[in-house]
Design a protein around this ligand. Structure first.
Ligand SMILES: [Zn+2]
Length: 284
């Protein structure tokens, strides 16, 4: 069923109004679609002005879209450029910042290093000074020690010498004492010997006296009681009593009772028999 021309006109009006609103709001593609619907309606109804209007509006909308796109593109491009520039700036800034910071850091580091070096040198100098002082102190100590040692050594030497002297003195005194004792002993010994000698001499004299006495007595006795036999001739020596003629059994003694010569004094000989005790002398 075909619609009435009036309803179609209202519909077209409605569509065109919508399209115009969309255009006004900037919704150009929506506007284009709506104007295309309007062109269809107007062509079917041979509404030439309507077609021309809608086509014009579509061209305008397309132009607007193109402009919009270009603008968008331009804006985008500008934005990109701006971004790039910003980035570059940022980068530069950063790098500058970095460089500045780095420079700062480097300088600080350098200062720190310098300070460290100065302190190190200072410490080294101090250490050197300390070592020097130490060495000087050690040297002083050594010299002192040496002096002390020498002093000590001298004192010890002195002591040793004194000790030696004392010991020598002691030895001398001991030696003296020993010699004294020795002399005393010797003296004692001499006196003892002297006494012994004297005693001996006394005893000897006594014995001699006694002997003399005995001899005297014996001689008197002999002269008085012992008979002396006589062996005549120059034959073998023989006891005139027991005829013993063994030479080892006959003892030869001096006969003091028989004086042969007065000056020089010479006594005769007599024989004593070992077997019977008889005494005899020989006569030629
Ligand atoms: Zn006889």
């Amino acid at each position: 069923m075909a619609e009435s021309q009036e309803n179609i006109g209202d519909k077209n009006f409605e569509i065109v109004e919508k399209a115009k609103k969309a255009f006004k709001d900037g919704n150009f593609q929506t506007a284009i679609d709506l104007f295309k619907q309007s062109i269809e309606i107007c062509e079917s109804q041979n509404w030439i002005d309507g077609v021309r209007y809608a086509k014009g509006m579509i061209e305008d909308a397309l132009e607007m879209i193109r402009i919009q796109k270009e603008e968008e593109k331009f804006l985008e491009h500008e934005k990109e450029q701006e971004q790039q520039e910003q980035e570059i700036l940022n980068k530069d800034f950063e790098s500058e910042q970095i460089t500045n910071e780095q420079q700062k850091k480097i300088e600080e580091q350098k200062k720190i290093e310098e300070q460290k070096e100065i302190e190190k040198q200072k410490k080294i100098e101090e250490q050197k000074e300390i070592e020097k002082q130490k060495k000087i102190e050690e040297q002083k100590k050594k010299v002192k020690q040496k002096r002390f040692d020498e002093e000590k050594r001298k004192e010890e030497q002195k002591k040793i010498e004194e000790q030696k002297k004392i010991e020598e003195q002691k030895k001398i005194e001991e030696q003296k004492e020993i010699e004294k004792q020795k002399k005393i002993e010797e003296q004692k010994e001499i006196e003892k010997q002297k006494k012994i000698e004297e005693q001996k001499e006394i005893e000897k004299q006594k014995k001699i006296e006694e002997q003399k006495e005995i001899k005297k007595e014996t001689r008197v006795e002999n002269e008085k009681s012992i008979k002396i036999y006589v062996q005549k001739g120059s034959g073998r020596l023989q006891c005139p009593v027991c005829d013993n003629n063994k030479r080892n059994m006959i003892r030869e003694v001096i006969d003091k009772s028989h004086i042969i010569m007065d000056y020089p004094l010479i006594y005769g000989k007599k024989y004593i028999c070992g077997k019977c005790g008889a005494q005899w002398r020989r006569e030629e």
